[in-house]
Design a protein around this ligand. Structure first.
Ligand code: FES
Length: 98
C-alpha cells in the first residue's frame, strides 16, 4: 500500500489506492478545510503535491476550473477532495491551517 506523507507535520500513513487525499488527510488526524463536501466547489482543500504527483488520479475538468479561480495556484496544486491516491507514495503539503 502506498504511503502518504503529510507536510509540514511529516505524518506518514498507508493509504489505499483510490482514497482521496482529503479523506486520507482527515483520517490521519490532520486538519484541512472542506466547505463544499468534496464537490470541487469551494477550493478550500487546495494542497500542493511535493512528490508523487504522477501517481495521483488525473485532474478532472471541475477541479481544473476551480483551481483556475484560486489565487496562489502552482503546477503542484491539487484539490485534496478530487485527487485520489494511486499505487505510488505521495507527499502532500497542507497550505492552510484551521
Ligand atoms: S472540499 Fe471543496 S473543493 Fe475540495
Amino acid at each position: 500500500m502506498p504511503t502518504l506523507t503529510i507536510m509540514p507535520s511529516g505524518h506518514k500513513s498507508d493509504v489505499a489506492a483510490g482514497t482521496t487525499l482529503l479523506s486520507a488527510i482527515l483520517a490521519a488526524g490532520e486538519k484541512l478545510i472542506s466547505k463544499c463536501g468534496g464537490q470541487a466547489q469551494c477550493g478550500a482543500c487546495h494542497v500542493a503535491i511535493n512528490d508523487g504527483r504522477k501517481s495521483l488520479s488525473k485532474t478532472t475538468r471541475a477541479e481544473n476550473e476551480k483551481l483556475d479561480a484560486i489565487v496562489g495556484v502552482s503546477s503542484r496544486s491539487r484539490l485534496a477532495c478530487q485527487a485520489q491516491m494511486g499505487e505510488e507514495d505521495v507527499t502532500v503539503e497542507i497550505l492552510s491551517f484551521v
